[in-house]
Design a protein. Structure first.
Length: 553
């Protein structure tokens, strides 16, 4: 009786598997994952022995017609078999000196995907265990730094009238991030879920602009401040004009507050002053802009998201822009003229940078260094001027110019590890391995003996965060300000005919392997600018640093 029951159970299970219909999104999601896995793992495909894009475009129409799980698995099984036999080399020895970081690594879908037959899962697992170990055909690793670049990839526009051509590009980029983005494990939304949600949008896209908007939404889900999406060209319907508000600003309390004037004559003509509060642009509130751009801007954290959004708000495709200001409790709407950055006012936009001092001695024998403009050639003069100061403030609320190592030698008494990185393992895509720690500082008794203060905020991005970490290792450093960008290290850049995008190329951690991505450099003393402080012309972060120097509190 038990044998008969077991027989009918097996038959019933097989019947369900054979006849359960699957959705288009389920099929395409699974196809994307298998196609990408074979691209980097199968010896023939990863070695460049087959036109893998062409094969995908040939298979997708066949896959579209499939209705059941059994038929879906069978077509993938046959696809793999058609690639030819794979030499068995397992087990592959893991080098003893390799320390793996595996929070990104997850090939469990090979066994758990409900669309896959046991036979298909076994074929994929066999390929993992006997994977390609030569020079990858589609990916290369940059020597010494470890981030990746693309090779032998088509950079052409997809055919915007062909859904499969568009899917190919999405599949390509999704798999690049799946296997080589170091912070996949930190995304707010699971990367598989992103794929499931983006596929219907690809199928619905009707033209070039629609499709690249979908690609922008895809890249935004990386939640990485390094990631931006630049369109090289678009349809004739998109305006080419770019005009600019004559000042910089910061979002505080869902308002846009002017922080710096870029073009004096333009600002004077419109009566724009530091501290002015903008509540609407073209009849839309700043809060509305914050909400509607969530899926279009990639950022590691909220402060950097708002910083990136400001750049978008202060650029227009029209030279006439309606701006609502809040002054003295009264709302006033102006119809402003914004100008092209590249017109006759260009020098005014850059004038502010020319006025700034690279370093100076403030009152009470306190040094100040603007890390955004000081260069290596300026350092001997800076050291000579500030070496006897009781404290030096290094302002890293901007992008430094490669000076961190020499300055760290000045402020440190010992050479120390300040950062450790993990990089993609091209012999086991999806896995990352730790590199040796990087050092800064210098063993010296002649180092600077005073207090070291580092100022940070959301503009402390990438190399600026790296710089702050190296200064922290000096041991006599206090970090003051607010959350930084949360995207340290170098970048992997991907150029295509229609767009350019990028993401963080390596994982950056403190020597004890504490994370920096999305978190940033955590201030010892947190200070955030206020609307009132900006209107009063105060730099509240710098003021707090001066107070700390005098009181140690």
């Amino acid at each position: 009786m038990k044998k008969i029951t077991l027989f009918f159970l097996i038959v019933f299970t097989q019947s369900i598997f054979s006849h359960t219909k699957i959705t288009e999104t389920e099929k395409l999601t699974a196809t994307c994952k298998v196609w990408g896995f074979l691209k980097y793992y199968h010896p023939k495909v990863a070695g460049g022995g087959v036109d893998w894009d062409k094969q995908l475009l040939e298979k997708l129409p066949e896959i579209e017609k499939i209705q059941t799980q059994e038929a879906f698995s069978l077509i993938l099984e046959n696809w793999i078999d058609d690639l030819g036999p794979i030499k068995e080399i397992a087990p592959i020895a893991i080098p003893k000196d390799v320390d793996y970081f595996d929070k990104n690594f997850d090939l469990s879908w090979i066994k758990s995907n409900k669309l896959f037959s046991k036979k298909l899962s076994n074929k994929l697992k066999f390929i993992e265990n006997n994977r390609f170990l030569g020079e990858q055909f589609y990916i290369f690793g940059l020597e010494r730094v470890g981030n990746i670049g693309l090779k032998n990839e088509s950079n052409a526009h997809p055919d915007f009238t062909d859904k499969n051509s568009k899917l190919r590009m999405v599949f390509m980029f999704w798999n690049v991030a799946e296997y080589f983005f170091p912070y996949k494990y930190q995304m707010d939304q699971n990367w598989d879920t992103t794929l499931e949600k983006i596929i219907p949008l690809v199928l619905q896209s009707e033209n070039q602009d629609d499709f690249y908007l979908v690609m922008k939404k895809l890249t935004s889900k990386l939640d990485d401040s390094h990631t931006d999406f630049y369109l090289y060209s678009s349809s004739e319907n998109v305006p080419k004009l770019k005009t600019y508000f004559p000042a910089d600003a910061k979002i505080i309390e869902e308002k846009l507050v002017v922080t710096e004037i870029f073009a004096d004559s333009l600002a004077q003509a419109e009566d724009i002053k530091v501290g002015d509060v903008i509540t609407k642009i073209n009849d839309k509130t700043i809060k509305e802009y914050i909400l509607e751009n969530r899926d279009l801007i990639s950022a590691s954290n909220e402060p950097k998201y708002l910083d990136k959004l400001v750049k978008k708000l202060l650029i227009s495709n029209s030279d006439i822009v309606k701006v609502e200001f809040l002054k003295n409790g009264q709302y006033n709407t102006k119809t402003m003229t914004w100008y092209d950055y590249h017109d006759s006012h260009r020098n005014e936009f850059k004038k502010g940078a020319r006025k700034k001092e690279k370093f100076k001695l403030l009152d009470h024998n306190i040094g100040y260094v603007d890390m955004g403009i000081i260069t290596v050639k300026n350092l001997p003069d800076m050291i000579a001027t500030l070496k006897d100061a009781k404290a030096i403030i290094f302002d890293v609320r901007s992008y430094p110019k490669g000076t961190y190592l020499e300055i760290s030698k000045f402020i440190s008494s010992k050479e120390k590890n300040f950062v450790v990185c993990m990089v993609p393992d091209l012999n086991y895509p999806g896995r990352f391995k730790w590199n040796s720690p990087r050092k800064s500082g210098f063993d010296s008794k002649d180092n600077y003996k005073g207090k070291v203060i580092v100022l940070v905020n959301e503009k402390t991005h990438s190399n600026a965060e790296w710089t702050a970490m190296s200064f922290q290792a000096a041991g006599n450093t206090t970090v003051i300000g607010s959350q930084t960008s949360g995207a340290d290290g170098n970048i992997s850049v991907f150029n295509f005919k229609g767009f350019r995008t990028l993401f963080s190329g390596i994982g950056v951690f403190y020597p004890d392997k504490r994370e920096t991505q999305r978190i940033g450099i955590v201030p010892d003393i947190e200070v955030k600018p206020t609307i009132k402080g900006i209107q009063e012309g105060r730099d509240e972060v710098l003021d707090r640093a001066l107070l700390f120097i005098e009181t140690a509190k």
